[in-house]
Structure formats: structure tokens, C-alpha cells
Design a protein around this ligand. Sequence first.
Ligand SMILES: N=CN[C@@H](CCC(=O)O)C(=O)O
Ligand SMILES: [Zn+2]
Length: 404
Amino acid sequence: MTTSQAFTLWHRARLVTLATEQGWGLIDQGALLTRGDRIEWVGAEADLPPGLNIPERHDLGGALVTPGLVDAHTHLVYGGDRAREFEMRLQGASYEDIALAGGGIVSTVAATRAASDEALWQSARQRAHALMAEGVTTLEVKSGYGLSAEHEARCLRVARRLGAELPLTVRTTCLSAHALPPEFAGRADDYIDAVCQWLPALHAEGLVDAVDAFCERIAFSPAQTQRVFEVAHRLGLPVKLHAEQLSDQGGAALAASFGALSCDHLEYLSDAGIAAMAQAGTVAMLLPGAYYFLRETKLPPIAALRASGVPIAIATDHNPGSSPTLSPLLMLNMACTLFRLTPEEALRGMTQHAAKALGLADRGRLLAGSRADLAVWGLKHPNELAYAFGQRPDCRRVVAGRWA
Ligand SMILES: N=CN[C@@H](CCC(=O)O)C(=O)O
Ligand SMILES: [Zn+2]
């Protein structure tokens, strides 16, 4: 470490470093040194290297400091809501019934196409603020409610604008293969042709960091998914997949064969899918909000994922149909209560493993060299993050080394 450059000190903190593969990595009376947007040093305050020029110091008053949360699966940009559909499901209709009757995702597509750019921006901005209020510093935003070249681009531009105007990293994912738009009814292969044509144009405009699809009997087949992934592969874009949410389509193994960053949902994941994901280093992105809200009863195969060493991530899956929550902390709680993750697994799932699911190796743990994105909580122990559901603890964020 050179001593001539200026550092910022963040001290009198209880650090949750997650530095090793297991355990919280707690450091009581801890301190962090940052320089620019990077963490330079992490440790006990008593061990601070002597002789440093530290012009700026922040006394955190004993607060708990975790890595900034990473919400790595959201559908944040859309018009309308689906409260009526919620009521229909309570009256007995299933998520699949509603989709097959022309509701579900396609109803949000109509509302999104009808919304102005400004309305899409304002609603997405408010949702992003709600996530930030619970410690999110990195956010993935999918398209998938435009379903035409014009409207997918509009939604992805709003996602990019979130990253440009808010103190937040935003990664965009093109999910044009989310549902069949009405103008392609009965012509799913033609729609996939169209997606394969507009994807390079969206990428050329700088709108796409990754490519996703919904591989399911109410959405697209493995063969159709593969065609989209082949275009992504040619463009050098990583893929991820909504896989095995309602049935086992073999989607996870297909995605793993493309080196997918993550497979998401996974309630119906098979042993073969787990093995393929373990081999490819693909993250299992579990979405307890959708599991809960759709009143799913089949659990993702958590013990088998653990046994195979597949990293488990957790996200809000914020969307109007299956997971209209904007509370990452509630998702940590549900990951524990519904999926029986430990509070440490849940937090690691929304930090280190979520960052991996976005291909971001520079964040998610408090390590020298990592990006200085922090969540500073008015809590004593990290267990409390997953514990007090429905409460919103005091939370401040540091993004790229600055209070945000
Ligand atoms: N499963 C597919 N996509 C979303 C839901 C989209 C919707 O219902 O609007 C999800 O991740 O749960
Ligand atoms: Zn989703």
C-alpha cells in the first residue's frame, strides 16, 4: 500500500465481510479504508496501517456494515399492475390458466406499450428508490414487457437511465423471449426469428448486458430458447434463464451448456440440471417472492444444490404478476422461512452469489480490491436482516466510496 495517496476511513463499524466461503466474517470494531471507488483495506481498527494520510473519516457509531445488496433478478420497467389477476388466482384460476387465456404477462405488455416513456421512467425510478432504501447498490433490470423491437428498446433505455441517473449500478438483460405477443399468436417460431433479428440491434445500441428467456410450456420451448442463446453467443453476450419454474423442461441443462450466469426459479429442477449447473459454474437464483405469491408448494432442490456446490442466490424478482414486492429484506426472510436457508446463506445469496449471477466479480464481499459499495445498518447482528420481516431498519448506502 502506498502512503502518499489520500484514503477515506470508515470506522467504528461492525463489519460483515463474507470474506471466506463460510461464516459471516464478522469484524467487531472494524474499519475500512477506501480510495476512489475501491476498498483498499479491511480489518480491525486497532490494526490500521500506521502513517497513512487519511483526510476524510466517517465515524459509523458501531453500525453494522455489509456489502451493498445486489438484486440480480428484477422486471422493474413496466406499465399497469395485476391486482385483478391476484384476485382471480384467489378465486381459483392458476397462473398458467390466466396466461393461456391471454392475461398474465401479455396483459402487462399491453399496459407497457400504452405507457409513455416518462410514465415508464417515473414508475421504474420509484421502484428503484424503494429497493435502494433497503440497501441495494447493484440492480439487474430485464426487458420482456415490450416484446417488439421498439418497445423492448424503450424499456431497456429506461433501465439504462436508472443506472445513469441514480446512485446504483444497473445491469440490463434482454428478455424478449418472455411471452408470445398477440400479433404473433400461433407463430412462436416466427416471433423467435424476430427476436433473433432485433437482438443484435439492441446490443449495438449498448442496451444489453445479458440475454434471458422464459423456457416453459406457457412460454418458449428449449429449441426456441436455444436459437436465442445462439445469437447471444455470437454477440458475446452471457445468458441466463427462467428455468423449471412450473415444469421440468430441461432448460437448466440447456442454459448450462451455454455457460449461463444463472438459472432462475428452479422449483422443478432435476438432478441432471443440477449436475450441469455445477459443471458450468452456473448460479441457482432462487426467487422466494414468486414461490410465495403463486402459492407454489414444490420447493427448489436446495439440499441437492448445496451438496453439488452450486452457489445459491436470492432476488426480489420484482414484477407485477408473480412477485410485486420491493423488499429485498423480506426476500431474505422468505429464503429462510420458506426455503430453509440460513440467514448467512440468504445474505450471501443477495451479495456475493448475486454478483456472480451478474458476472460481476468485483463486489458482494468486503475485500481489499472490491468496489466500495456498502450498506450501513442500524442493527447489531446480520441475523437481524432476515429476521424482522416487514420492518425497515435504518439503512444508509455508500456507493463507489461515497455516501449515496
Ligand atoms: N416467470 C416469468 N417471468 C416473471 C413473471 C412475469 C409476470 O408474471 O409478469 C417471473 O420471473 O416470475
Ligand atoms: Zn423473472
